[in-house]
Design a protein around this ligand. Structure first.
Ligand SMILES: C[S@@+](CC[C@H](N)C(=O)[O-])C[C@H]1O[C@@H](n2cnc3c(N)ncnc32)[C@H](O)[C@@H]1O
Length: 285
């Protein structure tokens, strides 16, 4: 007998009606589009959760979930499982080059000395992106003694935030990190069976992690930033949600500050106080 035939949850079917109910919730609360072609993906992720909590049917799970207050822990689990968290160290690397070679020198001209540079990594997933930023910013700091920095890194998923706070990665994940940065910024674990690395404390202390939903009425962030990285998140949102969230980011960006979005994301047609200066890179007017 196969594992799936032993376990009803592995073939629990998500009916179109139940899918609609989930999908409306996901779009309303998280901004994430859930067109019908996502049904198989949602079904297989929910089946995994059903196995963990030992329920037999997705209808049972839905009734259980929708009866809970939205503060219940199962809602957090549900959000963890519906978000897509794909990320990498040095993903879309031209942005990091642009930051160091163009954006920082341009901003340095109008900054006070000493300069405390603030960056928001919005939708940071499991931390590879903000730690990449910490590596390149720390290198910049080494040759610019008047410069220091801090990074706010936020996501909606508690699962990826826990991973990011731990800052421990399988060695296979660090392949894009340049060798001499690995030497300075990564510590090797002792387990040879499962080789892992941890980000050094010197970088970890530059980051603050927080849970934030871009759909919230109040972000609870009182500060403005020199740079915002908001990459590969709005691709999951519809146009009107993208626009609303981008307007909020513009309010949190200093004049002359930079906004980076993913290479597959377009801001064409949005009336925002920013201008494009390089591929998926914008400066606040
Ligand atoms: C594909 S990852 C991108 C990670 C990283 N920025 C990168 O480019 O590698 C998208 C992240 O956005 C987060 N996300 C999705 N909807 C969100 C929302 N409404 N509020 C906050 N974060 C959200 C997901 O949890 C996920 O970790």
């Amino acid at each position: 007998m196969t594992e799936s035939s032993n376990n009803p949850a592995s073939y629990a079917i998500l009916s179109p009606r139940s899918f609609d109910r989930f999908s409306q919730f996901i779009t309303r609360e998280l901004g994430i589009k859930m067109p019908p072609e996502k049904l198989p993906m949602l079904q297989s992720r929910l089946q995994r959760r059903l196995r963990q909590i030992k329920l037999d049917s997705l209808e049972d799970y839905q009734n259980y979930l929708f009866d809970l207050p939205e503060t219940a822990a199962e809602w957090t689990e549900f959000i963890n499982l519906v978000t897509t968290n794909k990320t990498d160290f040095f993903r879309e690397p031209s942005h990091f080059d642009f930051l160091v070679r163009n954006a920082l020198p341009a901003m340095a001209l109008s900054s006070r000395s000493p300069w405390h540079f603030k960056l928001w990594c919005a939708g940071c997933s499991s931390g590879e992106e903000p730690y990449t930023l910490a590596m390149v910013l720390n290198d910049y700091k080494s040759s610019n003694p008047q410069f220091d920095f801090s990074i706010l890194a936020t996501d909606i998923s508690t699962r990826v935030l826990d991973h990011a706070r731990n800052a421990i990665y399988d060695e296979a994940r660090i392949e894009p990190v340049p060798m001499e940065m690995r030497r300075r910024y990564l510590m090797r674990g002792k387990d040879r069976q499962q080789p892992r690395v941890r980000i050094v404390p010197e970088l970890r202390e530059k980051l603050r992690f927080g849970r934030l939903n871009f759909m919230s009425a109040d972000y609870g962030i009182g500060e403005t930033f020199d740079v915002i990285f908001f990459r590969n998140v709005m691709i999951y949102f519809d146009k009107s949600t993208q626009f609303r969230v981008l307007q909020r980011f513009c309010q949190h960006l200093k004049r002359g500050g930079y906004l980076f979005v993913g290479h597959a994301e377009s801001l064409v047609g949005f009336d925002l106080p920013i201008k494009m200066v390089a591929s998926s890179t914008f400066v606040k007017l």
